[in-house]
Ligand binder design. Structure first.
Ligand code: SAH
Ligand code: SF4
Length: 332
């Protein structure tokens, strides 16, 4: 606005239209002059990622396939759980970190999403759903490694939490990372106090580096040291995610080591039984191993949840996103 010799408060007015009134039409911004509205139309356009396909799971989960302006596809997953409606959003088309149990990894990294594409998933889904089903919680756990698309992620998160933006409470947003230590440290300084989840997935570097190549750069001890110093607001805890792969990281000894590793870190643990996809070399753990793992950690006073495979029948669960289903051309 300053560049255009407009008063600074015009920017606030535009923000209000876009993020509070959710208007997508510059002409509707009636408190701006006609010439400013025209100027905006000449330079910008507003829109959302196009919903190319919607797949509904037997458990009510909805997978959205979006087509972006350059034709690339990404997915977001809406997960209802009583009053809570969680949206899992993507930050990249594909991912370059190559975890061996993750379908997104097989795509490689095609490109980063822009802040508008990250935010656009949230806005598009809310526009698509009725008032009673609006998203209450956001997890940045879809396609891609969020901290590998750092600048766009931070810009999108700021727009989500700021009072001028979408005004989502930072308590209702969770960022999941595979453990990019340098970026976690940098993120601390941004002072965006969203929840942090870390995908640990193994208790020894020999195993972790095999299933998560990033472990070679940031081994477990380095990652956990960084997390011990991570500033947490009062009553907040880190989340550790642990994908259980049968015969690889699901033994009783693993549970014992995990309890030892996490000692002293205010945290809770999410156990995620491996979700299958075609061509995967892994199996989910047996029910017995899963419960033994959980019970041992509980006996050591950890808070431990088993993540239900929501939307697994539509390849909508953790690690199953690859935007594979080819979109039909739906005119919009
Ligand atoms: N890149 C980030 C966020 C996306 S992956 C990260 O790795 O944390 C989100 C979660 O899904 C991670 O905890 C990851 O370990 C888990 N995951 C990946 N593939 C999976 C699979 N096939 N089954 C179960 N969980 C999986
Ligand atoms: Fe990327 Fe996360 Fe999948 Fe690893 S688990 S390949 S970091 S999306």
């Amino acid at each position: 606005m300053a560049e255009w010799n407009e008063k600074p408060y015009r920017a606030d007015q535009i923000f209000t239209w876009v993020y509070h009134q959710k208007t997508v039409d510059f002409d509707a911004m009636t408190n701006l002059s006609k010439s400013l509205r025209q100027h905006l139309k000449d330079y910008f356009h507003m829109g959302f990622p196009r919903i190319a396909q919607k797949t509904v799971s037997a458990d009510g989960t909805i997978k959205y396939l979006f087509q972006l302006e350059d034709g690339e596809n990404i997915e977001a997953v809406w997960i209802p759980d009583n009053r809570r409606k969680t949206l899992c959003i993507s930050t990249q088309v594909g991912c370059r970190l190559g975890c061996s149990f993750c379908l997104t990894a097989t795509l490689g990294l095609k490109r980063n999403l822009t802040p508008s594409e990250i935010l656009g998933q949230y806005m598009a889904v809310n526009r698509d759903l009725p008032e009673t089903e609006q998203v209450t919680n956001v997890v940045v756990m879809g396609m891609g490694e969020p901290l590998d698309n750092y600048d766009s992620l931070v810009a999108a998160l700021r727009l989500m939490v700021s009072p001028e933006g979408l005004r989502i409470s930072n308590r209702r947003i969770t960022l999941s990372t595979s453990g990019l230590v340098d970026k976690i440290k940098k993120f601390q300084a941004e002072n965006i106090m969203v929840n942090l989840a870390v995908s640990l997935n193994a208790t020894e570097d020999a195993t972790r580096s095999k299933i998560m190549p990033i472990d070679k750069k940031y081994p477990i001890a380095v990652l956990l040291d960084c997390l011990r110093d991570y500033p947490l607001k009062r009553k907040r805890r880190l989340t550790f995610e642990y994908v259980l792969l049968r015969g690889t990281n699901d033994s009783h000894e693993d549970a014992v080591r995990l309890a030892r590793l996490l000692k002293g870190i205010p945290c809770k643990v999410n156990l995620i039984p491996f979700n299958r996809f075609e061509g995967a070399d892994y199996e989910a753990p047996s029910e017995e191993a899963l419960l033994d793992f959980q019970n041992y950690l509980i006996s050591k006073n950890y808070t431990v949840f088993i993540r239900k495979p929501r939307g697994a029948d539509i390849l909508g669960a953790c690690g199953q996103l690859a935007a594979q289903s080819l979109p039909q051309a739906i005119p919009q």
